[in-house]
Ligand binder design. Structure first.
Ligand code: GLN
Length: 489
């Protein structure tokens, strides 16, 4: 058997399982062995559930043997960002404050994956409470980029991206509030999809900024992203922002010819000074490639783009300050042993439990919501958010999809930006707008830099137009030279 089963796509693994070339229990062992071999270096995992996973894999093998396979994910080992609730598994958000927390229930997207036969066996590192762009804000460990271990994997879902990139699981789920799926996918050379706000239930996703957060997949191919989205999308009455619309079959919508006649918008505001020239050149080449595949390229303008970062850091921190108020030392969390009285207990538990970036954001968020500043900051930010959304609405009157770089640079060195939060925030300059507008976005590998680092192309779609978005991404991927390249690890 090839030593590189761990680098195969879900769709290929499904075929191998169907042909009985491998059993689900053997497949799980392949990934476990790979994890033992490389995770000392990569550091993607926070916890593992080998016994539970083995039982799930055995059950999957029994289903296949009796002709009762549940679908393409039956028996596939999946990793989860450590803020997604699975009953009986830890959920730490990579924070000391939740170090010993165990989920009492399974969230909707995870329950859907489970009932599709997926095997959960590991929980993956992230920036604490999904706040960050490099995974360096985890309270527990550093995750490294499998393409270059001296570099960051991106964030906040850095563990989810690195684990798929390094072949430690077949695919994974992460969450994206301002880029946390697309940016690490781009930096680790895998596919990352942020669905339209409201398409995938947020029930069982520990909240960071509720009006921006979405769960989405990390995969080795666009086809696999369609398989995962098929499994997790859909209305859920347990999430009040879930949208009740018909869900197409994303997999059968994929066509290698879909870019023929497509109208692709390229916003001038996304090709800025200060971006890495290699990223720019690679994305420009990718745009030409789409034109070569029959797409019409239309220059567009998204004039409020440069306001996205300040608007995001007002809205996201405001929502975070409210969402994180629940971690008070009374419920869920660790309680300070030092406390003298109840108020002291709140203060000390939070002071001991939260890391620096989380504290910075809670303070900023409380400030922008405070009386006297609410109108000047929070309310204004909401108004500008509307302008950003309208920019996209008018662009989408002319085009079907928008192409941009995912990240302005390739993966940077560990430690390079930790002491400069503002330069860290600038990393998400191309992804944040998409969350503010509630739109779907996908990052697809589009090249490798001279230094051997992956570069990602972002495609942004109309709301709930994932079928078309995935199909365009698929057509691009099929024609791309970097399709199927893996880190040498
Ligand atoms: N990097 C951004 C932040 O730090 C986005 C994070 C995310 O999408 N969860 O907030």
């Amino acid at each position: 058997m090839s030593s590189e089963i761990y680098y195969r796509c879900v769709s290929e693994l499904e075929a191998m399982l169907d042909r009985r070339e491998i059993a689900a229990v053997e497949l799980l062992r392949v990934f476990m062995e790979r994890k033992s071999a490389v995770d000392d270096k990569v550091g993607a995992f926070l916890s593992e559930y080998p016994d539970e996973a083995m039982s799930a894999a055995e059950a999957s093998d029994k289903r296949r043997a009796s002709g009762a396979k549940l679908g393409p994910l039956d028996g596939i080992p999946v990793g989860l960002k450590d803020l997604l609730a699975v009953k009986g598994q830890k959920l730490t958000c990579a924070s000391r404050i939740l170090e010993n927390y165990v989920s009492p229930y399974t969230g909707t997207a995870m329950a859907k994956l489970e009932s599709a036969g997926a095997v959960f066996w590991g929980r993956l590192n992230m920036d604490e409470f999904a706040m960050g762009s490099s995974c360096e804000n985890s309270a527990f460990k550093k995750t490294r980029n499998p393409w270059d271990l001296s570099r960051i994997p991106g964030g906040s879902s850095g563990g989810s991206a690195a684990a798929v990139s390094a072949g430690e699981c077949a695919c994974s789920l992460g969450s994206d509030t301002g880029g946390s799926i697309r940016q690490p996918a781009s930096l680790c050379g895998v596919v990352g999809l942020k669905p339209t706000y409201g398409l995938v239930s947020r029930y069982g996703l520990a909240a960071f900024a509720s009006s921006l957060d979405q769960i989405g997949p990390f995969t080795r191919s666009v086809k696999d992203a369609a398989i995962l989205l098929n499994a997790i999308a859909g209305y859920d009455k347990l999430d009040s922002t879930s949208v009740n619309i018909g869900i197409p079959d994303y997999l059968s919508a994929l066509s290698p010819d879909s870019l023929r006649g497509a109208k692709i918008g390229v916003p001038s505001e996304y090709f800025i000074d200060g971006m890495d020239p290699e990223v720019r050149a690679c994305v420009e080449k990718s745009i030409k490639k789409c034109a070569g595949l029959g797409a019409e390229i239309v220059e567009i303008s998204l004039p409020h783009t440069d306001l996205a970062i300040p608007v995001y850091y007002i809205i996201a921190t405001a929502e975070a300050s409210s969402n994180l108020a629940r971690y008070d030392g009374v419920r869920y969390t660790r309680r300070s042993a030092e406390a003298r009285d109840v108020v002291d207990m709140y203060f000390k538990s939070r002071a001991e439990g939260f890391g620096e970036e989380v504290k910075r954001r809670v303070i900023l968020g409380s400030y922008v919501l405070s009386s006297g500043y609410y109108d000047a900051y929070y309310l204004r930010a909401q108004k500008v958010r509307t302008l950003i959304r309208r920019d996209f609405e008018s662009a989408f009157e002319k085009v079907d999809v928008i192409l941009t770089p995912t990240s302005p640079t390739t993966a940077f060195k560990l430690g390079e930006k930790v002491s400069d939060p503002l330069s860290m925030y600038l990393n998400d300059i191309f992804t944040i707008n998409v969350n503010l507008a509630g739109l779907p976005g996908i990052s697809v590998p589009c090249g490798i830099s001279a230094g051997g680092l992956p570069i990602g192309l972002q495609m942004i779609g109309k709301a709930f137009d994932e079928a078309r978005l995935l199909s365009y991404a698929y057509a691009f991927e099929q024609a791309s030279e970097c399709n199927g390249q893996n880190p040498k690890l």
